[in-house]
Design a protein around this ligand. Structure first.
Ligand SMILES: Cc1cc2nc3c(=O)[nH]c(=O)nc-3n(C[C@H](O)[C@H](O)[C@H](O)COP(=O)(O)OP(=O)(O)OC[C@H]3O[C@@H](n4cnc5c(N)ncnc54)[C@H](O)[C@@H]3O)c2cc1C
Length: 375
């Protein structure tokens, strides 16, 4: 049996960063995959959106006090400065988002360099942990013993690259509360009445979405299975199975002057023609000069600014970027990331009940928790 002082489970974003910080201790990493950091490798279109200029708790779902404490010690500035020292200089794209310059492998190399002398047991999938005097960790390749265990195994999203429910099983076993888990940062599937949107696969539009009390302004992408794009992915964080409202033309005012136009509706709207045609069909309006619309027809067209409907569901964990919900943070010591239910057991990253918006917020969370770890 391999015995270590510290075992970190999961060689992903938070696990690798945490391991690097404790490289001078008697430490090992257990990883289910044959390679480290598979999510980093596929993230941000292969360039990994590492962090954001606007990191703050209000871009996260979860207990705000806990999030604030974790982020204030090690936010985007500290993270970028650390990476710069290690030779990684992320570039700013899309206004506020920091990405690797050429490839996500630049970030993985930096994290792996810091873990250079640490044994990493690849292809070791953890099945269970028990606590006797020390922790006994059972994997599909043998048993390990450690005085301290750090669980950094992420959430349920993208099972095809190694995601598992082990963090939640371990947490539950030791008496933790798990807040309801859901696929998040994910596209919506549609009910029959909105199937007209499926015909528009590939079209992208800037929209404004009202969901619960949240207003989101970004691009919507019509997809083969439903609707996606950044506006929808962010909406999925806040969706509670009710209606959402979409303004498909946030830059157009449908006022009296607009309705005096001699132009056809489809010309005046300056939206993709295929979209306008499908939308008009869906609301039962014929394309015609605007001034010819009567009051009832004008009212119908106003639905363009406030199209309300309830999505059928979402694309599920196979497509979701993250898992919302997770291990209740009021049972975790914010100064050390140690479980308040079991001494010597720690949780990092996405398995906690903290979920960030799209834009680098989730990697920042993973790295901030790794820096907070005190074992
Ligand atoms: C397609 C996609 C794109 C994304 N893009 C971005 C982005 O650009 N920016 C951003 O901020 N976030 C992004 N995310 C989210 C981000 O990847 C995660 O929030 C982040 O990786 C979580 O870090 P973590 O350390 O908690 O877990 P992970 O990075 O998921 O690491 C967990 C590790 O644990 C291992 N593991 C799991 N179960 C076991 C087990 N039973 N035994 C042993 N090992 C196990 C896994 O194989 C994995 O290596 C994206 C996610 C996806 C799926």
């Amino acid at each position: 049996m391999v015995k270590k002082e510290i075992i970190i489970i999961g060689a992903g974003a938070s696990g690798l960063m945490a391991a690097g910080r404790y490289k001078n201790r008697d430490i090992a990493l257990l990883e289910a995959n044959a390679k480290p950091a598979q999510k980093i490798m596929i993230s941000g279109g292969g360039k990994c959106n590492i962090t954001n200029k606007k990191i703050s708790p209000d871009h996260y779902l979860g207990e705000q006090g806990f999030i604030k404490q974790v982020l204030q010690e090690y936010g985007q500035h500290a993270l970028l400065a650390d990476f710069k020292k290690q030779g990684l200089d992320p570039v700013l794209r899309k206004e506020n988002q920091y990405f690797c310059k050429n490839s996500a492998s630049e970030l993985v190399s930096v994290l792996m360099r810091a873990c250079k002398d640490i044994p990493i047991f690849y292809n070791h999938k953890v099945h269970a942990i028990e606590k006797k005097k020390d922790f006994i960790i059972t994997t599909d390749k043998g048993v390990f013993e450690a005085q301290k265990v750090v669980v950094a195994t992420g959430g349920l999203s993208y099972p095809k690259i190694g995601a598992s429910d082990i963090a939640f099983k371990i947490a539950e076993y030791f008496g933790h509360t798990i807040h309801r888990l859901n696929p998040a940062l994910v596209g919506f599937t549609l009910q029959k009445e909105q199937f007209w949107m499926k015909e528009l696969s590939g079209i992208s539009l800037p929209v404004k979405i009202q969901i619960e009390s949240k207003k989101i302004q970004d691009d919507l992408l019509f997809a083969h299975r439903g609707i996606s794009g950044p506006a929808i992915l962010n909406s999925s964080l806040y969706w509670k199975r009710g209606e959402i409202e979409i303004d498909f033309a946030p830059n157009t005012v449908l006022n009296e002057t607009f309705f005096c136009h001699k132009k056809q509706i489809s010309t005046a709207l300056k939206l993709p023609k295929r979209f306008t045609k499908a939308f008009l069909d869906a609301i039962g309006l014929v394309d015609q000069p605007l001034f010819k619309l009567d009051t009832t027809e004008q009212k119908k067209l106003q639905r363009l600014k406030s199209y309300r409907f309830a999505p059928a569901g979402n694309f599920g964990y196979t497509k979701a970027e993250v898992t919302s919900g997770g291990i209740a943070t009021d049972e975790i010591d914010v100064d050390t990331m140690m479980s308040q239910k079991c001494k010597g057991l720690y949780f990092l990253g996405e398995c906690l009940d903290v979920t960030g918006e799209l834009g680098g917020y989730n990697f920042q969370w993973a790295f901030s928790t790794a820096q907070r770890l005190t074992v």
